[in-house]
Ligand binder design. Sequence first.
Ligand code: ZN
Length: 72
Amino acid sequence: MDQEVEKIKMSEEFRICPACGYRDGFHSMFRKQGRTTQWLFICPSCHKIFDIGFTLPLGSKHTHEIDDQGKE
Ligand SMILES: [Zn+2]
């Protein structure tokens, strides 16, 4: 599934949807891209996807893992 992602530049804040004007912020989604993970934002109103240039490192060693017994 290839959904269109709109690249935008964030100014002071990223809260209002540039496409439809929705004002209450965005849902998050993540997409692997090579060694990084893109952090994308979805408008809850018009469902457009935005890329404001956020990425996360892939395979972070800081992941908090808990085993089946619920012990760390
Ligand atoms: Zn929108």
